[in-house]
Design a protein around this ligand. Sequence first.
Ligand code: F6R
Length: 614
Amino acid sequence: MCGIVGYIGTKEAYPILIKGLKRLEYRGYDSAGVALIGENQHLNVYKAKGKVSELEDFALQKDTSGNIGIAHTRWATHGEPCSANAHPHYSSSESLALIHNGIIENYSVLKDKLQSKGFAFKSTTDTEVLVQLIEYIKQTNNLDLLTAVQLALKEVIGAYAIAVLEKDNPDTIIAARKSSPLVVGVGNDEMFLASDATPIVEYTDQVVYLKDEEIAVLKKGEPLKIVDLHNVEITPEVKTVVLSLGQLEKGGYPHFMLKEIFEQPDCIFDCMRGRINVESDNITLSAVIDHKDKLLNAKRFIIVACGTSWHAALIGKQLIENFCRIPVEVEYASEFRYRNPVIDSNDVVIAISQSGETADTLAAIELAKSKGAFIYGICNSVGSSIPRVTDTGSYIHVGPEIGVASTKAFTGQVTVLAMLALTLAKEKQTIDKNEYLSIVKELSSIPEKMKDVLELNGEIAELSKIFTYAHNFIYLGRGFLFPVALEGALKLKEISYIHAEGYPAAEMKHGPIALIDAEMPVVVIATHNALYEKVLSNIQEIKARKGKVIAIVNKGDNVISKIADYCIELPTTIECLDPLITTIPLQLLAYHIAACKGLDVDQPRNLAKSVTVE
Ligand code: F6R
């Protein structure tokens, strides 16, 4: 939530900052702003409500000169989205400007204190409180900026990634983080700052991921300096980031979401690369090799996650319980963290997160750690916060996901969970050898089958046109396909703003069936598995009430095709891997309905990709 960019060097900062903001726009897009120390030594702040392009229009006739600057794209927490609440925020004297990602929880106490000292506020944000506090501490004690920032941050409760510019100190940016991500890029005679590495990779692949309560001092002509809140110097740990520019572009697709849906065969191949040996049909997960005892002796697994990652967790539960005979609980990270769960050192907690930055998931990990549990992370974003606080884990390796609606990360998470379950089951000898070999073989054929599903894109696009009228949708599935129904419904609601609910198909008669009428589209995932006949009966029940059935079936199904209104025919796979195949048409359906309605598919209203606030 909220994207931060900074530049200091010899080039014009403004175009670099704007380009950087556009790369980070997925993190929030309700307002944007930039602060630059211009050639005239003024600290210029420009901001606008709306997307980065609005800011560009606003700044067209303004002085955007300078080779030092900071910029921000916002997802509102405190204060409505408007230009006054957009970042950067000036201090009262306008000698400081600050951008912030996170939440200052004690802002109201601090604001009262500052108001009593005569400080006036122009916005309703928590962020403005922080910049005023820094100014107050700086002025009253006659301190340099770094010391004032250190003292101010000691008073702050909450989460922050910040960057501060000072008019009278035109060679320095001070940046700091706690529980919100911040990366420094180190180039030749220039340094960059960003919420993730995507705005930086165009200029340098050398990055430093700041840790909690670290403060970076980016000073022209000097190497990067990092100190903590007590001014103890820390040696920067420079890492090489592997990210190609092509991964950050739409590559000819109209939206990132469609590109990412189409990338899935390659992503899943990459996810399995080096882990599945096709000759021997064997899986090697280094995390399992390194922590065999802990994982094999676990009394219970608890999976914590949010949103789409939570849906993947529901599939993970079935995979692990099915093959490993270990009990698995799935928890919303946001609930788990606040409910005093029974958990101890015999438990393994699996934390799933695409971004690796979700605040609730991070807090759930901290809680589980404090109770002695062993933590296994399943993340996408390399170098993000969650992989750094877990005991071990497996990256899903699907590349940057930029569309706000998660697609390839979901199938990547399910793939890793399948590999994990199979590896543990083999080690525990809870799976028959032939079954293990046949599932591993089938897993390696999934990318090819995904390609077949993507061939249906045109057909699904046509079908979608029929449903743009809908105000409601129901999604039904059973077993491994119930979480797929939930995921299909989530995709539709977040990008098309059509209300949609996912249910286990058999639950329908316990309530939701009351909603069925001739206007109600019902997507039923009815591929050929053990519960096929049962789902067939559910379809009959819907048809008897005139509901419109869109059935997801296997190729050659000539039973459901006769009763459903529309059929999408997919290649067959084994039941436990079916989510990898059946999710794709639901992603395409949601995408095309939203695109048909002319909606902003990649940046749907009110959402942000990386939820770094609770
Ligand atoms: C839905 C979506 C969200 C995320 C959720 C968790 O399309 O993207 O529901 O899945 O915010 O995010 P991560 O996986 O980054 O922890």
